[in-house]
Design a protein. Structure first.
Length: 497
């Protein structure tokens, strides 16, 4: 064998060794000391409510090697394996376990955790736990996993075609849309919860009657329980579609219902303004990315309701008949760059007798037959233009504000000339002083502060029709009833302290 061939043979023999030596060169000097332990960015990964059989979004934590020498994590595994429903991905390795995970000195790696637990067979939430065990140099360390799991009824593109009373034993998760067929009455019992997924909508062609209680309201909200950065998704608008009431839908009733965080709130299609379209009592409708209530020629009544925080108008009322008593109508919709939504500069209340039909591109006229606001608070981001009333010269428009806080500085009591409305015993452009308005963490408590000018300023004759506020507080325990949906009381003040 000549020298050249001998050299080639030796190179071929040594090549694998050289290759693997090169691959492992940075990890050839692992620490074997049991004192060289890992560090973790958290000791617990906690999920809020998990709907069983549905995969959760990931949560992430970091594993650190704070030492100068590399470490070899001999094994990483879930203590209960696949039994608990948790899943892990360690530095790109998915499953319930991983072995021989290398981590450089002064370096870190990511661990992703998600869950898809099996049904728990219970109507109430069940607590589950597991641990991620890390074994390094014979020493075990762990990160705790915990969650609350909830069985649910899952509906995908579901239509209710017979009169129904929906059970409140388990929540409903709605994919696509829930449709109530024309002529059908659906009743939601106290405690019924709808978790709306993605762009899901509730489309009411028949009649919806939601009958919650103060202790056990009906709740309609998004289905995400995790966070966007540090903001809980339950505080983020645009999580689902909204509720649409079609033209043939009448006699709808909501009592003690909380609806939040969709793209739009309630959209009422063109209707006959004589029969009742909707009666709302003790309703909280809040935090939407579009218009909160959009109504075309409808008959809507609301009492003891909170309508708050939308990028569009809170009330966009075109034609029809409307009556709002003891309602708090306040818009503090705030911008958040990270979350991708901007502030609202829209009017809080917009009343109009016409609108542009997008299909025909023609303007249609519907007179406002009645628009009464009594013992209400109306406030928002748009300042003195928070109430806009477009005057309709063809009809006698009856817009009436009595014992309300209204923001328009061009309105005066008993002056119809600029606001196009009758204004009686109202407080003009006076900040209502709510208990908490915090646009930094997106939390709002629209109960009254002790220094609120709305205290004791409601008309008691009107308040006698609704003697208890949205929280069940008697309006007649102090000098007089307060404007808005919430009565001030000393217990609120103690909570604030």
């Amino acid at each position: 064998m000549n020298k050249l061939n001998f050299t080639i043979c030796i190179s071929i023999i040594l090549l694998p060794a050289l290759f693997f030596s090169a691959c492992n060169d940075r990890f050839e000097d692992y620490s074997t000391s049991p004192d060289d332990l890992l560090a973790f960015s958290t000791d617990t990964i906690a999920f809020d409510t998990i709907i069983t059989t549905i995969n959760t979004p990931f949560q992430i934590f970091k594993v650190y090697n704070p030492h100068s020498r590399a470490l070899l994590i001999s094994s990483v595994y879930l203590e209960k394996g696949a039994e608990s429903g948790f899943k892990i991905n360690v530095d790109g390795r998915a499953g319930s376990s991983a072995e021989n995970v290398e981590i450089r000195g002064k370096d870190s790696l990511f661990v992703f955790v998600d869950a898809k637990p099996a049904k728990n067979g219970s109507n109430t939430p069940q607590y589950i736990t597991d641990k991620i065990i890390f074994v390094t140099n014979g020493v075990e360390q762990n990160v705790l996993l915990e969650a609350s799991t909830q069985d649910a009824v899952i509906w995908k593109g579901f239509a209710v075609s017979s009169n129904s009373v929906l059970s409140n034993l388990k929540p409903f998760v709605i994919y696509d849309s829930l449709v109530i067929d024309e002529g059908i009455v659906v009743e939601l019992k106290a405690g019924t919860t709808f978790y709306m997924h993605g762009n899901a909508e509730i489309i009411v062609k028949g009649t919806l009657k939601a009958k919650g209680t103060q202790e056990n309201p009906v709740v309609i909200r998004g289905d995400r329980f995790d966070r966007m950065v540090n903001i809980p998704y339950d505080l983020i608008p645009g999580q689902w579609g909204g509720i649409r009431f079609e033209s043939n839908s009448y006699q709808n009733e909501l009592d003690y219902v909380c609806i939040r965080n969709g793209k739009y709130g309630m959209d009422f299609k063109l209707s006959d303004p004589l029969p009742s379209k909707m009666k709302m009592k003790n309703v909280v409708l809040t935090n939407f990315k579009g218009i909160l209530i959009n109504a075309l020629n409808c008959n809507i009544e609301a009492e003891n309701c909170e309508f708050s925080n939308a990028k569009g108008a809170l009330l966009n009322l075109i034609g029809g008949r409307y009556n709002f008593i003891h309602c708090t109508i306040a818009n503090y919709y705030a911008s958040n760059v990270e979350a991708g939504w901007g502030s609202s500069n829209q009017e809080t209340v917009h009343l109009s007798g016409s609108y542009l039909n997008q299909e025909t591109e023609e303007t249609e006229h519907y007179p406002i037959l009645k628009a009464d606001f009594k013992n209400c608070i109306i406030w928002g981001n748009a300042g003195s233009s928070d109430i806009v009333i477009e005057k309709n010269e063809e009809v006698s428009v009856s817009n009436y504000f009595q014992n309300c806080i209204i923001p328009n500085d061009n309105a005066t009591n008993d002056d119809e000339r600029k606001l196009n409305a009758t204004v009686v015993n109202c407080l003009i452009n006076m900040d209502p002083k709510f208990k908490k308005v915090d646009s930094d963490d997106f939390t709002y408590d629209l109960r009254l502060d002790s220094i609120s000018p709305a205290r004791n300023k409601a008309d008691p004759k009107i308040s006698k029709q609704i003697p208890y506020d949205l929280k069940g507080m008697n309006r007649f325990l102090d000098e007089g009833p307060d404007m808005g949906a919430y009565e001030w009381n000393e217990e609120n003040e103690e909570e604030k302290k």
